[in-house]
Design a protein around this ligand. Structure first.
Ligand code: SF4
Length: 267
């Protein structure tokens, strides 16, 4: 199947977003004037293979227990959570899914709950009307095409309502342990900024990462990169001074530890 070209923002609509804490940080960062160290500065070259291994080993040390921050218990609930996470934070999805999965833990129950029933339970997250429609429709498709099971191939997943390439990649990676590299806004920025896998589109970065990352590291690297991008290698100003992978990183304008001025003495 031919790859569609999407911008990072469009593609991000298919992946879990940053946590509430991450959003607060991003909001706070907006008040800071952009510096040379903004998200548009990229590495001057691609990392070498030894640099890639050193970089990812650093991320592994920083995020040893990294996994998706979405709550799920089965491939079906993972698929639904990822679909719901488009343009919503993981935290906001995690607030609605306990009630939703209690009412509809499988495709048949989701179809029985119906669009209105699903909508009632998810209306605190963005685009809830459309998502309720997709969740019910994809549940119906799972029953009709796959005996109620979540399929384990990209083609079959992408044929479901509301499932794009990145949602499929997340499900394949997390539920089926396949070496996919879903590229969200954090991974896109990190890959270009560090020289891990540069590219102008999400598809180009995904292809570069799949080609360049050692096979045994691909699956986990997805989680390491997302957490690194959310909490350390932030969009406006990466926190290079506390980064575990700073040495092999090729970002040309690394940031120093901020200087905290002592309070002014008043007489
Ligand atoms: S050194 Fe800075 S730019 Fe490089 S990965 Fe770490 S935080 Fe990001």
């Amino acid at each position: 199947m031919a790859r569609q070209t999407r911008t990072p923002a469009e593609a991000e609509a298919h992946l879990p977003k940053s946590s509430a804490a991450g959003r607060k940080t991003a909001k706070a960062a907006k008040a800071v004037a952009p510096t040379a160290a903004d998200s548009k500065v990229t590495a001057p070259r691609d990392m070498t293979r030894p640099e890639i291994v050193q970089f990812l080993t650093g991320l592994e040390r920083a995020w040893p227990d990294a996994e998706t921050e979405l709550h799920y218990s089965t491939p079906f609930t993972l698929l639904i959570a990822v679909v719901l996470s488009a343009q919503a934070t993981d935290a906001s999805v995690n607030r609605v899914t306990p009630a939703l999965f209690a009412a509809a833990p499988n495709p048949a129950a989701m179809v029985a709950l119906g669009e209105d029933g699903v909508g009632e339970l998810i209306r605190t997250i963005g685009l809830w009307r459309n998502k309720a429609k997709n969740v019910v429709e994809l549940s119906r498709q799972l029953l009709e095409r796959h005996k109620g099971e979540v399929p384990g191939t990209r083609e079959e997943l992408e044929a479901l309502a509301g499932v794009g390439r990145k949602t499929a990649n997340v499900v394949l990676n997390v539920a089926f342990h396949q070496p996919t590299v879903p590229v969200d806004t954090h991974v896109f920025r990190l890959a270009n900024r560090t020289g891990l896998g540069r590219g102008k589109t999400v598809e180009a970065v995904e292809a570069a990462l799949e080609r360049r990352i050692p096979k045994e590291m691909i699956r986990d690297s997805h989680h390491w990169m997302i957490l690194q991008g959310r909490y350390v290698c932030k969009a406006r100003k990466p926190e290079c001074w506390r980064c575990a992978a700073s040495e092999p990183c090729l970002y040309p304008v690394k940031t120093d530890r901020p200087v905290i001025k002592p309070p002014r003495q008043t007489l």
